[in-house]
Design a protein around this ligand. Structure first.
Ligand code: FAD
Length: 288
């Protein structure tokens, strides 16, 4: 299907994009990789009269380290995350998980910012950002504000971004030594969204007890969610059959998936628990 007609704008700076966004109001949509927005326009779920293309704004691209934090421009494409030596060294969960997002064509155009701003619980970056304790910089007409990933996902396709704001960068703490991590994603075939996914970031103390743990889930609730009771089931305890099972059951208890072609609620919930078990085990192995 062909999308409805729209006027195309190609600003060269964030300031110019913000001015356009303010003057055009809710008739305008930001365009990043277009891999979520354009299908929605073709299906008439979105009918913006104006598209503001962010692709010519170089300042929104790139990956750098600043004082123990890794800063990622919102327009950085998935392929650049996948190939980043800095991420492989400092936040290895990201490049590892990105290889399971879509296919090379989508990863060459799709951006981390678009994946997050879209607010789709089936996208992988939302749960990853929760597990990584990411902070988002949102820039609007009156300046910048920082929003933690924990406070960003408000509902399906609904985030803390205001209509006149742009997500400019994603900031993630670099991993401390001996941080274990894993992203387990069950999908029906290569290139598909998750039936269920689990992201885990973990550290153990000298006695082998869990001293840091974040568990977040993909596509099993109206938004990406943190499984905080599952984290509590592990915190301060060793990773054993009993604690892993307690965490998996606690994670299943917070799932509220929508039934669709990927499965019914019971199946998706059971698969989320299975992904949590696998992710905890793999993350724990990597804490050494
Ligand atoms: C076949 C296929 C398979 C896919 N599989 C997966 C998958 O397995 N996992 C996964 O995570 N994703 C998957 N995707 C989605 C893909 O990753 C998209 O690229 C992503 O969801 C949106 O990123 P984008 O850069 O294309 O954004 P766009 O489609 O351009 O924009 C998406 C939305 O975000 C808004 N937006 C974009 N950038 C900004 C910004 N900087 N600030 C504020 N708002 C902004 C837009 O206005 C729009 O509403 C798949 C897509 C396709 C087509």
């Amino acid at each position: 299907m062909i999308p409805p007609a729209f006027e195309y704008h190609a600003p060269r700076s964030v300031g110019e994009a913000l001015q356009l966004l303010s003057s055009l109001g809710t008739d305008a949509k930001l365009l990043a990789g277009g891999h979520s927005l354009l299908p929605m326009m073709k299906l008439r779920f979105a009918q913006p009269a104006h598209l503001i293309d962010l692709n010519r704004i170089d300042a929104l691209r790139g990956i750098s380290e600043q004082g123990g934090q890794v800063v990622i421009g919102a327009m950085t494409v998935e392929t650049d995350l996948l190939n980043s030596e800095l991420l492989k060294a400092r936040v290895p969960l990201l490049p590892e998980a990105v290889q399971y997002i879509a296919d090379p064509q989508v990863r060459n155009r799709g951006t981390i910012g678009g994946d997050i701003a879209h607010g789709d619980p089936g996208n992988d970056h939302p749960a990853l950002s929760l597990a990584l304790e990411a902070t988002f910089t949102l820039q609007g007409p009156s300046g910048e504000r920082q929003v933690a990933a924990d406070d960003f996902y408000l509902g399906t396709y609904y985030t803390a971004l205001a209509d006149d704001e742009i997500l400019t960068r994603i900031t993630v703490p670099a991993f401390a030594p001996k941080t274990g991590y894993a992203y387990e994603k069950l999908k029906r075939k290569t290139g598909d969204w998750a039936t269920a996914g689990a992201a885990v970031v973990m550290r153990l103390d000298a006695q082998g007890a869990v001293s840091h743990i974040r568990i977040a889930l993909t596509n099993v609730a109206p938004t990406a969610i943190r499984a905080q009771d599952a984290e509590a089931a592990l915190m301060g305890r060793p990773v054993s059959d009993a604690t892993v099972e307690a965490a998996a059951l606690a994670a299943a208890a917070v799932c509220d998936p929508a039934e669709d072609l990927r499965g019914d609620r019971e199946y998706k919930t059971a698969m989320a628990a299975a992904m949590v078990r696998r992710a905890i085990r793999r993350a724990a192995e990597r804490c050494a």
